[in-house]
Write a protein that binds this ligand. Structure first.
Ligand code: DAH
Length: 347
């Protein structure tokens, strides 16, 4: 009997070593520890054996049963793991489309330089808690002029040559300031948002003028906002865009919707303020009109100017893009010329 058990143990360990999958292990289980397996046969045969033998062999057979069961389970876990790994290897998905696209010379597109800069600026402002708003290209007189303190007869309307629709009530927005009014009407102070987009003016084009260009409007309304807040946000924005501390200065500037209104200049980054062709020997580059929101504008936006105030600014995006990439003619931006556009591929 004892030899038989030894033989069974030997046979089991050989069979286990050659079991390659779960099916083999199931067969092994039924052959050795199953109801009709080798160990069960031994236990049945004990009926005729002496009491001592029954005790000894019975205990040994049960120990083997436990041992075999544990060994089968361990091997099953290993097989499952190996199968899972090989499946993961087989079903691996290659997500590196980028590289294959590039290798095959099939680069299909990328962001336009204006979009690249616009997205960057949106990120900077959202990180400072600003919302990003959108507005319609086709505006009415109220949002584009009236509500911004530019009444019908105001000469400021002439500063912005307007594409009017035949009804003379609608127009292609001449500036993103129109979104200030929409923002005020849909928000309760305190709030702060930026609003980027295309604007349209009926102008003769040259290297620095286009009929379609881009602005990014900004507005912050709260209690006790001061010019210091305005300068802080503008300095933070510009240092992030240019990747270094920039010096700014404010000059008075007239815009009907702000009072006081400013032109914000930055110290020329090309010559460091000494004077060069970019800054026209001034040492400063005009970059950003801004100011404290006029009480009439707040009122038109449904905000009580005795309780709240704030600042607004209108960033010319195209100018920034041109400075960033050294583009010398704004007309390239809408030329649709692939030789131009392909230089800005982002991957
Ligand atoms: N909307 C003005 C323009 O297109 C730019 C501007 C000036 C916007 C001052 C502002 C501002 O928000 O405060 O010429």
């Amino acid at each position: 009997m004892k030899e038989k058990l030894n033989q069974i143990e030997q046979d089991f360990s050989n069979a286990l070593a050659s079991s390659k999958n779960i099916g083999d292990l199931n067969a092994l289980k039924s052959d050795f520890v199953g109801k009709k397996g080798a160990l069960a046969t031994i236990l049945k045969g004990l009926k005729e054996a002496s009491i001592e033998e029954r005790k000894e062999i019975g205990a040994a057979a049960n120990r083997l049963k436990e041992q075999f069961t544990v060994q089968i389970e361990q091997q099953a876990r290993q097989i499952e793991l190996a199968e899972m790994n090989s499946r993961l290897e087989r079903e691996k998905i290659d997500l590196s489309l980028r590289d294959s696209v590039q290798e095959k010379g099939l680069r299909n597109g990328s962001y336009h330089p204006v979009s690249i800069v616009q997205r960057e600026i949106e990120d900077i402002f959202t990180s400072m808690g600003f919302e990003v708003l959108d507005g319609p290209h086709i505006e009415d007189e109220f949002h584009n002029f009236e509500a911004l303190n530019i009444p019908d007869t105001h000469p400021a309307r002439d500063m912005q040559d307007t594409f009017w629709f035949k009804d003379m009530a609608h127009l292609l927005r001449t500036h993103t300031s129109a979104i200030q009014v929409r923002g005020m009407n849909t928000h309760t102070p305190p709030f702060k948002f930026v609003a980027p987009g295309k604007v349209f003016r009926c102008e003769a084009t040259d290297a620095s003028h286009e009929m379609v260009f881009h602005q990014l409007e900004g507005m912050m309304i709260d209690k006790d906002i001061s010019v210091a807040n305005l300068i802080y946000f503008m300095k933070t924005l510009l240092s992030q865009i240019f990747g270094k501390e920039v010096e700014v200065r404010l000059r008075p500037g007239f815009f009907p919707f702000v009072e006081p209104g400013f032109e914000l200049d930055i110290n020329c980054l090309i010559c460091g303020g000494k004077g060069c062709s970019v800054c026209k020997q001034q040492g400063w580059v005009e970059l950003l009109p801004c100011g404290m929101v006029h009480p009439n504008v707040l009122t038109a936006g449904g905000i009580d100017p005795s309780e709240f105030n704030g600042f607004a600014f209108g960033l010319g995006l195209d100018r920034l893009v041109m400075m960033r990439y050294g583009i010398d003619d704004i007309r390239h931006l809408h030329s649709g010329d692939l030789r131009f556009i392909k230089q800005f591929a982002t991957y």
